[in-house]
Design a protein around this ligand. Structure first.
Ligand code: MG
Length: 288
């Protein structure tokens, strides 16, 4: 099941993509569905599935504006640093921390006032940062509250997955000896285009993950290459800290970020960034 947050005829709605058309959830369920959080908090997948055969008029994908699936995350995003080996190696000596390959997960948080969606413009923040970079990541969406989640119970706490571009101001990361500010500028959280329900892919997901800048392939990997896998991350992060429905965990980025090149290849105005994860889709944005 693929969930989408969209605007059609000036109205924002949540739908399911079926046969290349959007089926509005409120028509399937005969109840209002205000946001993706309504789906995650209140609606069972079984209920949706049992109503999917209803005759409901679909909407053509090209007739809608696709928004970030969760536009206003309830909390900062939880992020993993250096969670693909090749990326950890390319960052060696370039950031302020000394760790090359971590033996414990590196966490940081990304504040997100509003996540941007498919086709939206990433603000380049010229004058604030001169080193804006891209990071394609598999984002895990938590579906059920929990703390001290055992590894074998992690699947039960996941709602689904989406794509995030963890846009990063490298100069701010270095200047402030901390990643939070450089990751949290307005518009630095492109998300989407859809959330796939966890049942769409095997667990743990082994999906091709890529990022193109214009027509150039920069990042390439598989989500099974994570140093700390999803079971480890969710289980470890939830030790003594409650995870909530709607929490978003960015699992880290593969190698090929702009900072890793010699000389670095930071984003410039009008670059088109396309983040692709197999089975989820393509998240495309332009920077200005
Ligand atoms: Mg990242």
């Amino acid at each position: 099941m693929r969930f989408v947050n969209y605007i059609y005829n000036m109205k924002q709605s949540i739908g399911i993509i079926k046969n290349n058309k959007i089926i509005p959830l409120e028509h399937i369920l005969n109840r209002p569905v205000e946001s993706m959080m309504t789906v995650i908090d209140e609606i069972s997948i079984e209920l949706i599935e049992s109503n999917l055969n209803k005759e409901v008029q679909g909407i053509n994908l090209e007739d809608v504006k696709i928004l970030a699936p969760i536009e206003f995350p309830r909390r900062n995003l939880f992020c993993l640093g250096k969670n693909y080996k090749a990326h950890a190696l390319e960052m060696k000596g370039k950031t302020t921390d000394q760790v090359v390959i971590p033996d414990k997960p590196i966490y940081f948080s990304k504040a997100c006032h509003k996540a941007i969606g498919q086709g939206d413009v990433i603000t380049g923040h010229v004058g604030v940062s001169e080193q804006v970079d891209y990071e394609v990541e598999l984002a895990v969406i938590i579906g059920k509250e929990g703390s001290h989640i055992k590894k074998e119970d992690v699947y039960d706490h996941i709602f689904g997955y989406t794509i995030c571009n963890d846009v990063s101001a490298r100069d701010l990361q270095v200047e402030h000896i901390q990643w939070h500010r450089g990751k949290s500028l307005d518009g630095f959280c492109p998300l989407g285009p859809v959330i796939i329900h966890k049942s769409v892919v095997n667990f743990p997901p082994d999906l091709k993950i890529e990022c193109y800048i214009n027509d150039e392939l920069r990042q390439e990997g598989r989500t099974s290459d994570l140093i700390f896998d999803i079971e480890t991350i969710v289980s470890d992060l939830s030790r003594g800290m409650t995870l909530l429905p709607g929490d978003i965990i960015l699992t880290g980025t593969p190698s090929g970020v702009g900072m890793g090149f010699k000389p670095p290849k930071y984003l410039k105005s009008e670059d088109i960034i396309t983040c692709i994860i197999e089975s989820i889709g393509e998240l495309k944005n332009i920077i200005k």
